[in-house]
Design a protein around this ligand. Structure first.
Ligand SMILES: [Zn+2]
Length: 343
């Protein structure tokens, strides 16, 4: 097995883990296992036997492997630079799929785009699609009270409620679902404190929002939480910062999330905001957006070692894609307003 086949197999393991986590109630993995998980287990057992290594003893053991094996520790080679050296597929503390798992599985980002495309086909006006898209970005978690409070939100809710589901039991702690104040996504609470959130990199010192089961909590489906709501939060903050200095930043394609600047920065007008923990995988997806500025939250540069370098190596010289943080883009826009050379 070569490195490319290895990363494809690990991607299959990631998809199997997502299927298992979806089919399990309260986080417990139970029989019967989804066929993909069983098939993936069989492939890994065969590989281990060929290499005279001890194989996983079953699906629960394969899940345990995912909580502790980094890319170099699987019994097959993984293409270098594709995943962070310490990346795991399942978080060992909360035993849920990690962002790496979602990004590697590769199905969730297309599913998020497809959901927005479907929304766009149900209305005539693009402003209405944008309103629905903004609602999804702003509301990864909703309650009855939150929707009823606002007539506009109620009208939008009727269009998008099919994209929400009740939280699995495993998301409740102390009969409450937590929401991280930084990334806005689901948080695991220990008492009043966040000890894990879906964004994974957020500071832990701010108090979370907490919702009781009686409030009829609904969660945006996972692909949209991670691949629309998460980057959308940065996208909305970036838009506000650019507006404050008089710079235009307009959504031109709600399905791809393509924005256009009113004047070019670094010779480019088209912006895609992304929030991916794996720069090597983002680079492959970013090839969809040639000649763009790809903007990620500054915290990824601060918290993930060699983010910029890994992205640049994976993109290669062929594509003209510039990677910037949100702070850097605002800095460039300020310089451009002041007439400084931004090239
Ligand atoms: Zn968070």
């Amino acid at each position: 097995m070569n490195e490319e086949e290895g990363i494809r197999l690990l991607s299959t393991v990631a998809r199997a883990m997502l299927e298992l986590s979806e089919s399990s109630i309260a986080g417990a993995i139970s029989l019967p296992y989804p066929p993909l998980a069983q098939h993936t287990l069989d492939r890994i057992v065969r590989l281990c036997l060929e290499r005279s290594e001890p194989p996983p003893t079953g699906i629960p053991d394969l899940v345990s492997w995912c909580t502790r094996r980094t890319p170099s520790e699987w019994p097959f080679p993984i293409a270098a630079g594709r995943l962070r050296p310490g990346a795991l597929l399942i978080d060992p503390a909360v035993r849920r799929p990690t962002r790496t798992c979602f990004e590697l599985a590769g199905d969730a980002a297309p599913a998020a785009r497809e959901a927005v495309r479907q929304l766009a086909t149900t209305v005539d006006a693009s402003s209405s699609t944008q309103r629905a898209r903004n609602f999804l970005i702003d509301h990864p978690v909703v309650t009855d009270g939150l929707v009823r409070r606002d007539l506009v939100a109620m009208a939008t809710w009727k269009r998008v409620k099919g994209l929400y589901e009740p939280p699995a039991k495993g998301y409740f702690s102390d009969r409450r679902v937590g929401r991280c104040p930084t990334c806005g996504l689901l948080a695991h609470l220990v008492g009043p404190r966040v000890d894990w959130c879906e964004g994974e990199l957020c500071p832990r010192d701010k108090p979370p929002a907490r919702y009781r089961a009686e409030e009829h909590v609904r969660l945006l489906i996972a692909p949209l939480r991670l691949f629309l709501s998460l980057p959308g939060r940065t996208e909305r903050q970036l838009g506000e910062k650019l507006a404050a200095i008089g710079a235009g930043f307009r959504l031109v394609d709600p399905i791809e999330g393509t924005h256009e600047l009113d004047r070019p920065l670094r010779g480019k007008r088209i912006v895609h905001v992304a929030d991916r923990i794996e720069p090597g995988l983002l680079a492959i997806d970013a090839l969809r957006w040639p000649d763009s500025l790809v903007v990620v939250p500054q915290r990824l540069f601060d918290r993930v070692a060699d983010y910029r370098e890994t992205f640049a190596d994976a993109v290669g010289a062929a594509a003209d894609i510039t990677l910037l943080s949100d702070d850097e883009l605002v800095g460039l826009a300020v310089d451009a307003r002041m007439g400084k050379d931004d090239a």
